[in-house]
Design a protein around this ligand. Structure first.
Ligand SMILES: [Zn+2]
Length: 378
């Protein structure tokens, strides 16, 4: 499977880069507008309509190409005309950036800029990994960061089906994660309520200082979620043995299938971030990751497969009389859907596996949770 990791490195503030980001944003918005109007979603087709124009903005050719590609990606995902927010920019290795022997070299409107940056201690293990497209961004305090994306094909030991254990992971608000080995991870409801109340009261004030304060606490909350997600995913992954399978719900693409309540929950915590952390940590440990269709995982009885009822966090089945914690029942269902497929998982795969409801293996393209989440949110 493809192991991936993003390492964020702070770089000194640089005016040339700052200017380049400004121009890049302008060019990106221009490309997005043209692509949107002409209904073009393909960078090769978009190229003749925009290339000359954005080169005229002063963008070096490699950055212009990256910009056109990013614009197509943005338009493809969008439901309405996208507006470019945030101060970030993509770089391609080796065309517009490189990282070799501790030197980061970035292409800007004023030529190449070089920085001496050492990888943090924890990231030294990635040094011989492949370097992919990476993101540079500027945060609210005007600090510059570069997120280097590493990847490597990791061999997952081949095991017979009986020896591949499957761990189902259900994510939700009451407990951020519940696993099919009956462990409950993280409950943040009181803290989240306080945060929501605080946010709401500041929003209703609407003064300038309230808005400033709001920004501050939202940043603090984002950092708290990230920290918590890292901790929970580490704890879950540490309980896995090499060659085992982690089963997750494909919530990132399929939002509406698990009911209104679930969709509301999705917005109150960074669940796709939590899943992506579990995914990359599990792959690095030599485990397989499988995503299942989330339909009915919380309503199905794990004993008899009939539809039961969910009441106040408790699941009960009217057919066989089984009852248990609803999230735990869901985690069992997630595990059970992957289990019959465990024997086909000896095959080499380089992307998350998607198992559909009827138990058929479907390894067609599936967009896994975005690993550079942090970078794109800023
Ligand atoms: Zn039942």
């Amino acid at each position: 499977m493809l192991g991936r990791a993003t390492v964020n490195i702070k770089i000194p503030h640089d005016d040339a880069i700052s200017k380049t980001i400004g121009i890049y944003r302008k060019a990106l918005q221009f490309c997005v507008d043209v692509a949107w109007e002409k209904r073009i979603r393909n960078n090769v087709r978009l190229h003749p309509f925009v290339y000359k124009e954005i080169r005229g903005f002063g963008l070096p050719s490699q950055l212009a190409i990256a910009c056109i590609k990013q614009a197509c990606g943005t338009v493809k995902r969008a439901k309405s005309r996208p507006m470019i927010k945030g101060h970030s920019m993509r770089f391609n290795n080796p065309r517009s950036f490189s990282y070799r022997h501790g030197v980061l070299s970035l292409s800007t409107i004023e030529g190449r800029k070089k920085f001496n940056v050492a990888l943090p201690r924890y990231a030294e293990k990635y040094i011989d990994w492949k370097i992919n497209e990476s993101v540079l961004w500027v945060d609210r305090k005007n600090r510059m960061f570069f997120g280097i994306c590493f990847s490597k094909d990791i061999d997952i030991p081949i095991r017979s089906a009986q020896h591949r254990q499957v761990l189902g992971v259900d994510v939700g608000i009451k407990h951020l994660a519940v696993t099919s080995d009956r462990k409950f991870y993280g409950s943040v409801i009181p803290k989240m309520r306080r945060h929501q109340e605080h946010t709401a009261s500041l929003q209703s004030k609407g003064t300038k200082s309230a808005r400033r304060h709001l920004k501050k606490i939202s940043g603090r909350w984002t950092r708290f979620m990230r920290w918590k997600n890292h901790n929970i995913s580490r704890e879950i992954v540490n309980s896995l043995g090499e060659g085992n399978i982690v089963a997750l719900e494909g919530i990132t693409n399929i939002r509406s299938n698990r009911g209104k309540r679930f969709n509301k929950q999705l917005h109150s915590w960074a669940f796709s971030q939590l899943q992506s952390y579990i995914e990359y940590k599990a792959v690095q440990r030599g485990c397989l990751v499988a995503y299942i269709n989330p339909q009915y995982t919380s309503q199905t009885c794990r004993m008899c497969n009939e539809i039961g009822t969910r009441n106040k966090g408790f699941f009960s089945c009217g057919h066989c009389g089984y009852s248990c914690n609803a999230d735990l029942n869901a985690s069992f269902n997630i595990r059970n859907r992957v289990k019959p497929l465990a024997m086909t998982f000896g095959l080499p795969v380089n992307q998350p596996i998607v198992a559909s409801n009827d138990g058929l293996l479907n390894v067609e393209h599936f967009e896994s949770p975005d690993l550079s989440y942090n970078a794109h949110r800023l």
